[in-house]
Design a protein around this ligand. Sequence first.
Ligand SMILES: O=C(O)c1ccccc1N[C@@H]1O[C@H](COP(=O)(O)O)[C@@H](O)[C@H]1O
Length: 211
Amino acid sequence: MTRVKVCGFTREADLEAAIAAGVDAVGLIAGVTVDTPREIDLEVASRLAATVPPLVSSVLVTMPGDAGEARRRIERVRPDAVQLHGLDPVDVAALADAPADVIAVVEPTDPELDAYAETADALLVDSIDAEGGGGTGETHDWERTREIVTGLDVPVVLAGGLTPENVSTAVETVDPFAVDVASGVEREGGVKDYDAVERFVERATRARVAP
Ligand SMILES: O=C(O)c1ccccc1N[C@@H]1O[C@H](COP(=O)(O)O)[C@@H](O)[C@H]1O
């Protein structure tokens, strides 16, 4: 069954609603260098991460300048996992002993996919913007991401432009370890649409990969 991450919470009530809807992971965006309505400061991220119950993963989504900054943010927020935008495989490898699983964000055509797969605990394949940020609301070539899933021995998370309306097709096409959504389940920037979150979770987990 495909796991589900919903990302970009700014309000505790939205986090609670998503957990009640059955998400496997919740993303908290802090320390990013792109303009987004979903960014919160590290202190708020730390407070929200502490509310996430056992058996649901908290994920710090961040764009640090280097591994040292990433480590400081992990120690401050104490997430179960950290989703890193913009670090190279060497910096990702330097976080192998950090107290969080490491998810490296890549685009489907990244020439260093193999190196990231060897150093990170999971890859998140996203339609990232020129600055390496996510939250674009854009899909990418899912066939290419399917090739990544079949070609690499690392959990692959599919992100980028997913919605309750397209997530079934995305899962059937890509067969990812998990799917990840931010803007596609919002009624306004940074505010989640609870019905959309429920429909996203239901359709993502019900979808079956074509044999
Ligand atoms: O959501 C954002 O604004 C964001 C900003 C900077 C880094 C990551 C961000 N979000 C990540 O991008 C994916 C895809 O977003 P979307 O579903 O296309 O809106 C999101 O799930 C986060 O992991």
